[in-house]
Write a protein that binds this ligand. Structure first.
Ligand SMILES: Cc1cc2nc3c(=O)[nH]c(=O)nc-3n(C[C@H](O)[C@H](O)[C@H](O)COP(=O)(O)O)c2cc1C
Ligand SMILES: Nc1ncnc2c1ncn2[C@@H]1O[C@H](COP(=O)(O)OP(=O)(O)O)[C@@H](O)[C@H]1O
Length: 336
């Protein structure tokens, strides 16, 4: 167990809707624009470009993101495996050192704005942006017709700075949310970690299970993940953040074929912890895939294997240094 000190933050979170009044607090900022699912290293490069420009201009720096993900509006029948919920995203953004984030409610009215209208109404009139930073492949506005080239021209015409970050490569692979998703789907959490720059994590409230864990000598804190989560089922070495402390542990994600539950859960056993976690929000970060879920001949065999899993996880995590996602406290962010 180690103490985590959250970065002190005066982070300002704005949840904006076009039909409401223009919110105060981040006018004149340099804005990093994007969906930022996972806030991976490529996203951080965009954020750094916004911060550098903001410093040069003596302005605040903020991220502007869209919620729900535009895909939810356009193709609700094919739900996306999201790397981060809006809360997780905001906590990641707040820890980057940005002054704030604008979460634009993405609805039909916003989707109907042409690229020129989005620039004029949202960026210029509503936020009076001093600059915009985005990734090389960002597209925006009705029909995704707005390109980075268009944004550059609009910036020149209307007087705001435009910075476009080139693709970021990791060992020849483009860092992308899609790359992280497919790594997680294969259980390759180390690869996801490389692309993200931090071990992937999921947050949630601890719920009650079947009280079986205690009898096995392995009480597990249970989280229901988003049903669209495509993380490979199996056993992982994890580190768990609880109320500013963190614990190494081992977790199973799946349906527990031993007990024919049919329900998909993330269940984490925390080493060197005793206490009650029900109702608490915890962060479970993934460091290594240990094995797939199995059906053992007996509960004793399962327990033997869980003992082995714990030993491997302890070894792996001892070699992981202090690595843990940098997360600011959302409760602090929300007060902003
Ligand atoms: C390290 C670890 C490994 C596990 N491996 C398996 C497994 O291979 N097969 C399985 O059916 N359940 C597995 N489980 C899930 C346990 O069966 C589960 O935690 C237990 O049923 C407790 O259920 P409860 O939380 O509802 O009380 C594993 C759990 C942990 C913590
Ligand atoms: N080391 C630990 N790791 C995880 N949970 C623990 C630990 N020690 C105590 N607990 C508590 O035990 C609960 C899990 O017990 P368990 O018997 O698995 O029941 P259930 O699955 O019904 O919640 C956790 O939610 C938490 O409150």
């Amino acid at each position: 167990m180690t103490d985590i000190s959250f970065p002190a933050t005066s982070f300002r979170l704005i949840r904006d809707h076009l039909d409401g009044p223009a919110p105060a607090g981040l006018e004149g900022a340099v804005v990093a624009l994007g969906n930022f699912d996972g806030v991976h290293r490529g996203h951080r490069a965009v954020i750094q470009a916004a911060e550098a420009r903001a410093r040069a201009l003596g302005k605040p720096a903020a991220a502007m993101t869209f919620e729900p993900h535009p895909r939810v509006l356009f193709s609700p029948e094919t739900p996306e495996f999201r790397l981060s919920s809006v809360d997780e995203k905001v906590r990641l953004l707040a820890a980057t050192g940005l002054d704030g984030a604008i979460v634009m409610g993405f609805d039909k009215a916003l989707a109907a704005l042409t690229p020129a209208e989005f620039v004029q109404k949202v960026l210029v009139e509503r936020y009076k942006v001093a600059g915009v930073a985005t990734g090389f492949d960002f597209q925006f506005g009705k029909g995704r017709a707005g390109t980075t080239e268009f944004l550059r021209k609009e910036g020149e015409r209307l007087g705001f700075a435009v910075d476009i970050a080139p693709p970021l490569l990791d060992a020849g692979e483009r860092v992308s949310s899609g790359g992280v998703r497919s790594a997680l789907t294969r259980g390759e959490v180390e690869h996801a970690w490389r692309l993200l720059g931090y071990p992937w994590f999921q947050s949630g409230e601890v719920v009650h299970g079947d009280s079986r864990g205690r009898d096995l000598g392995y009480p597990t804190a249970n989280l229901k993940l988003d049903p669209n989560c495509k993380l490979r089922h199996g056993v992982y070495a994890v580190r768990v953040g609880v109320e500013g402390k963190r614990y190494d542990g081992v977790a199973n994600f799946g349906r527990r074929p031993m007990f024919d539950t049919g329900v998909t859960l993330l269940e984490a056993f925390l080493f060197d912890f005793k206490g009650d976690l029900y109702g608490k929000t915890i962060d479970v970060a993934f460091y290594a895939f240990l094995r797939p879920e199995l059906k053992f001949r007996s509960v004793e065999d399962l327990i033997d294997r869980m003992n082995e899993d714990s030993k491997s996880a302890r070894q792996i995590l001892a070699g992981a240094g202090n690595a843990f996602p940098q997360l600011a406290d959302v409760a602090v962010a929300r007060r902003g």
